[in-house]
Structures are given as C-alpha cells and as structure tokens.
Design a protein around this ligand. Structure first.
Ligand code: PLP
Length: 410
C-alpha cells in the first residue's frame, strides 16, 4: 500500500491566487462587458529588453551548429554568468562572493522551497506575518509545522512575527528562538524595507543563537533609497548565518523565462543533532547537482546580458516604469484618503482598509464597484487582515485608470 506524505493534508485548501482568480472569472462571466483591471498577481507586463533578447537569440542559434552546440551544462550554472553575478551584484557593493558560492537555478520560488531539503525537519521556523506564502507552505509540506488552527489562522509550531503599521512593518526579534528565519526585504507583500541597522539586529541575533537566516531579496533592483541593503551580506558577519535568494524575474522580466540564483557562503554552518558543525555549501551543491540539471544555455546567456551596459540601462527603464506606477498608485490612494505603505523601494503598495471591512470584503467591493482586482492582505497571513496589496506591474494606462476608478468609490 502506497503511503502519502501526510503533511500535505495540513496545507490549507485554496491557494490565495486561485481563489482570487475564481472570483474574477465568476465576475467576468456575469459581467461580460465590464473591463477588469488586474493589479493583483505580482507578474510583470513589460517585454524582455532588446539586448537580453538578442543574446538569447544568438545562443539559440549556437545550439543549431555542431561546433557550438551545448548539451548538459554545469548544474550550478555556467561560469560566464556566475562571474557576472559575483562582479556586478556583489563586488560592486564591496561584497566578496566567489563563484562556487553561487548556484544558478530556474527560480527563487523553487530555491526557497528546496533549501529545506538540506535542513532538519525538527528545526523551528519563523516567518514574518504577512508573508510570501511559499516559505510557510513548503515548511508545512516538509513537516516542520503542526496542524492549522482555523480560529487563529496560524499553524502550530511556526513562529509568526507580525509586521504591521503598529511596528512600522519592522518585525520584532522573537522571544522563542527559531532555527530558520525567513526574511524578505524589500518585502512582498507590504513593499516595506529594513534599514542596514535593522537588518544588523537580525544578523547579530542569528549569530548569537546559531540560527539560519533565509534572506529573499527578489526585489532588490527596486530599491531607491540609500540606507536600504540590497544584500544581507552588506551586514558584517552575515556570511556566517545567511543564505540569499535572488531572481531575474522581477529584475529583468524573467517570470516566464525562469532564471534565479542562490548564495550559500562557504563558511556557513549547520549542526548535527550532537552538535557537530557541517558546512552547508557542499550539502546544497550535492542537493542541487542531484535533483537539478541546470538552467538552459540560452537563458543563462540572456541573464548574462542583463549585466551588459545596454542591458543595465534597458532593465532600469522598465524598473523606473513600474516605480512610476507605484508612485501613481500610492499618491492616488493617499489623495483619496487611504493610508498606504511601500511603493518606494518595492513594486507593491500595501493599503490600510477603512475600518469595518475585512480584506476579502474590500476585495469584493473593489471588484464589484470599480472592477479593479487586488490581493486581500489576509491571504498572506493573519496579520495581513485589514490590509490590501496592489502591484505596480500593470501598464501605466491601466494603473492610472484603476486609480481614477478607486477615487470614485463610495
Ligand atoms: N520571492 C518572492 C518574495 C516573490 O515575491 C517571488 C515572486 O513573486 C519569488 C520569490 C519568485 O521568484 P521566481 O520567479 O524566481 O521563482
């Protein structure tokens, strides 16, 4: 008799975006003439920039000739790409990362989930609340949580660290010490950030408690303010306690192309049950090489071209385009009397819902009254109740129209 992984039965039924989608499909079916504007799911809309496309085309052509054909590449990624990552994303910011600390993959989502393979199932996990759901669900699947509690909206055995307007979206260091701490800054969904001083507190805390920080900086390219760290390794000592996830998805429009990377520093250690130190880099190397066969050659050439002079200029134009949308949304909301957060160092705006409505009620109101789709905050965790996420990834025209419509809401 085949047994299943019963941890999956603890997962909550409907994934946030499928519920949103169901509601939108239903509304459109009943109102075929209404034009819906979607500022819900965090997917980009600007096409891949020309210099990156050109590099991808060229690489595809190379595959068609005997002399330049390539089969399996190194699972960790081609050196031409890892060298660029080390130079542009780290060295330029004064951080030394060697190429054997860089693991190229097909997505930060997979990496954030897969990293659990090399970590003990009895580790205590801490997540911020609200949170990018992948950190939580993958730990539920792995058996690091207890059961879901319908009343609190929380899983047992998971440490939830609220981030809300009361603490200025800066989660407090938990009193119960976790082993694995997920941090995502600039944050999805709140669009807020931590200063270097704030992030240093987390690094010091992890060092003092032999904990591991899993730092997701998928949105670092959107940072516009000076004192906001792009990488956790800007903080002294972080290489001893942190793994960092990065992605080309939001940086260069690769959500469909798929390319990302993870940094596992060579000094980073975990521990056996009897306290023996074990380096994590070789463990991740083993896991990556065993379960993954590398990102395709044309995609890695495309990612490499992101770092060219033209590539950098062109992707920055797209980022500025989205951040202009963010400003339109944030200012528009504020003019309408909403309190809104984020949108300065991240393409997300987190608005406070006027008292009396739940975040799903506000979702329905927005959809029904002005035909705009956003994401209910509670879908990201119980502390997201009372908030609502809008993304800056739409077209400028749609963004302006959405805000004009919201201004007419009663
Ligand atoms: N991390 C965060 C915080 C995200 O918001 C997303 C996508 O929305 C991802 C990771 C996924 O990145 P990728 O497309 O590289 O899988």
């Amino acid at each position: 008799m085949i047994n299943i992984n019963e941890n999956f039965l603890n997962l909550q039924d409907s994934y946030l975006f499928s519920t949103v989608n169901k509601k939108v499909v239903e509304f459109q079916k009943n109102n075929p003439n209404k034009k819906i504007i979607k500022l819900g799911i965090g997917d980009v809309t600007r096409p891949i920039v020309p210099s990156v496309l050109e590099a991808m085309h060229k690489a595809v052509d190379e595959l068609g000739k005997v002399e330049t054909f390539r089969g399996y590449g190194p699972e960790q990624g081609y050196e031409f790409l890892r060298e660029k990552i080390a130079e542009f994303d780290y060295k330029k910011r004064g951080i030394e990362i060697s190429i054997d600390e860089i693991f190229v993959s097909d997505g930060a989502k997979c990496d954030c989930g897969n990293i659990g393979d090399i970590l003990g199932v009895n580790n205590k996990v801490a997540i911020t609340d609200p949170v990018y759901p992948v950190y939580l669900d993958t730990n539920v699947m792995a058996g690091r949580s207890g059961k879901y509690n319908q009343e609190t909206g929380m899983f047992e055995n998971i440490i939830y660290m609220p981030a809300n307007s009361e603490n200025n979206f800066i989660p407090e260091l938990p009193s119960e010490v976790p082993d694995m701490i997920y941090l995502c800054f600039p944050n999805n969904p709140t669009g807020t950030t931590l200063s270097k001083q704030e992030l240093k507190k987390w690094v010091d805390y992890a060092r003092a408690n032999k904990a591991l920080i899993l730092f997701d900086s998928a949105y670092e390219a959107y940072i516009s303010e000076d004192n906001v760290p792009h990488s956790i390794y800007e903080i002294e000592g972080a290489k001893d306690v942190a793994i960092e996830f990065r992605s080309f998805s939001k940086t260069a429009g690769f959500t469909g192309v798929r390319c990302a990377y993870t940094i596992v520093p060579k000094n980073l250690k975990g521990y056996t049950k009897d306290g023996k130190e074990i380096l994590l880099n070789p463990l991740w190397n083993r896991r990556h090489g065993t379960k993954f066969n590398g990102v395709s050659y044309p995609v890695q050439r495309a990612a490499e071209a992101v770092y060219s002079e033209e590539g950098q200029k062109q992707i920055k134009e797209n980022i500025n385009y989205y951040m202009n949308n963010a400003q339109i949304i944030k200012e528009g909301l504020q003019e309408t009397g909403f309190t809104a957060y984020g949108g300065v160092n991240a393409p997300y705006i987190w608005l406070k819902i006027p008292q009396g409505l739940t975040s799903w009620e506000f979702f329905d109101k927005l959809l029904n009254e002005v035909n705009v789709v956003g994401t209910p905050g509670v879908g990201f965790g119980p502390s997201g109740e009372g908030y609502f996420r809008l993304t800056a990834f739409g077209t400028k025209e749609n963004t302006i129209e959405a805000i004009n419509r919201i201004k007419t809401m009663k």
